[in-house]
Design a protein around this ligand. Structure first.
Ligand code: HEM
Length: 384
């Protein structure tokens, strides 16, 4: 099986109908399975006693540190409780006006007068990482550097040395900031983490750094890809685009349908801690599970015409943000960024359409799916 294949939906569809829990090899004492149907993926995510998250820290721990995404049980709960308040929907309003709107508008100021742009290079790739940097209280003049480290850390699967170098550089940059915020707390997440306690003990610098290194790929890489997929969907469905331009109440439907239709982070991993079975398939203790949320979100037993992007589809749950105890901590933030970002682009780039002189954009990739570029044209608007 070619794991770097660009268009895997047909394969996932075939496996869903023929063998939805699929052995994909592994080594002698550790078999690996792909799980493709919606009910099976959901059942595994909701059974943390049998399926552990420790696989995340096993794979990424050396570069990323011990982060909550790879913890189980009480340890996970303690770490999540510390930050959950900061990411609640009701806490996000302030970030919306003070940080998210200014970030997207600064990016659009650069391209609005030009009449043409690449929405990936110029907008989606830069926007979420700037939001995370702002949440952490990083000075604006360091955003470009922060972007490079974020890109470096997310290359962990293909370029581990580059990821390690980016992680080391980020640690060297953040350590003095953490110390400074311990002594002079500000109104930012690093100050909150520096003051936070688990079991009456302050979080160590290592734990704070692990959380920060998790937020970069978790919050930036994922949201930028989801936003690119939203634009591909809209720009390749001009009738829907015209309706959305005229009626912005449709934007949440665009976002939810795109998250279902092209799940930009296609896999969630778990490891079985006991002998068990999924859908009748025996799973030995120690096995690695690749839960294919991208496939689950197109499972035809849950979604009619599941390959179609349709903003009139009745609202239905999807597994884009996972489910259960580890369900994405940043999902309200991601949705807010997408809503503000889509609205701003439609407001500021009138008559937005695909560049007729460029190849049409393609959503590509196996583990992460998004368009490498989206060349567009629009009416130029001078910035006052
Ligand atoms: C569209 C964008 C996003 C996608 C596709 C996404 C996807 C996911 C998924 C699937 C998980 C569950 C992992 C698991 O069960 O093992 C997760 C967890 C997490 N996400 Fe997101 N995420 C996105 C945006 C964000 C943002 C904006 C942030 C924060 C700034 C964030 C922070 C986290 C954290 C900290 C966790 C770990 C939660 C835990 O272990 O309890 N994510 N995300």
């Amino acid at each position: 099986m070619d794991f770097l294949m660009e268009q895997p939906h047909a394969l996932w569809q075939q496996l869903r109908s023929e063998c939805p829990v699929q052995s994909i090899g592994g080594d002698a004492d550790r078999e690996a399975f792909m799980v493709l149907r919606r009910d099976d993926v959901e059942a595994v995510l909701r059974d943390p006693a049998t399926f552990s998250s420790s696989i995340h820290n096993e794979i990424m721990g050396a570069v990323m540190g011990e982060a909550m995404i790879g913890m189980d049980g009480q340890e996970h709960k303690d770490h999540r409780d510390l930050v959950v308040k900061a990411f609640r929907a009701s806490a996000l309003e302030r970030w919306g006006t003070e940080l998210i709107e200014p970030s997207i508008n600064a990016l659009l100021d650069r391209i609005a007068p030009l009449g043409r742009a690449d929405l990936v290079d110029d907008v989606t790739h830069r926007y979420p990482v700037q939001v995370i940097a702002g949440i952490l209280g990083i000075p604006v003049h360091d955003y470009e550097q922060f972007q490079e480290w974020a890109d470096g850390i997310t290359s962990i699967a293909v370029e581990p040395e580059r990821a390690q170098a980016a992680s080391d550089a980020l640690i060297a940059y953040m350590l003095p900031i953490i110390e400074e915020r311990r002594n002079n707390p500000g109104d930012d997440l690093v100050s909150d983490l520096a003051a936070a306690e688990v079991d009456g003990k302050r979080l160590t610098n290592d734990r704070i750094l692990a959380f920060i290194r998790l937020l970069l790929p978790a919050g930036a890489e994922t949201t930028f890809r989801a936003m690119g997929n939203c634009f591909v969907a809209l720009l390749t469905h001009p009738d829907a685009l015209a309706r959305v331009v005229a009626d912005r109440d449709l934007i949440p439907a665009v976002i939810e349908e795109t998250l279902r239709w092209e799940t930009s982070v296609t896999v969630i991993s778990r490891n079985a801690v006991a002998d068990t079975e999924i859908d009748g398939c025996p799973i030995p203790a120690g096995s690695v599970l690749m839960l294919m949320t991208s496939s689950a979100n197109r499972d035809e037993s849950h979604y009619e015409r599941s390959d179609e992007w349709d903003i009139d589809r009745p609202p239905e749950n999807h597994l884009f943000f996972g489910t259960g105890r580890h369900q994405c901590l940043g999902m309200h933030l991601a949705r807010l960024e997408l809503r503000i970002g889509l609205n701003a682009v439609l407001d500021r780039l009138p008559n937005l359409r695909l560049d007729p002189d460029a190849p049409p954009p393609q959503i590509e990739g196996f583990a992460f799916r998004s368009p490498p570029s989206i060349p567009v044209v629009f009416e130029p608007v001078p910035v006052r």
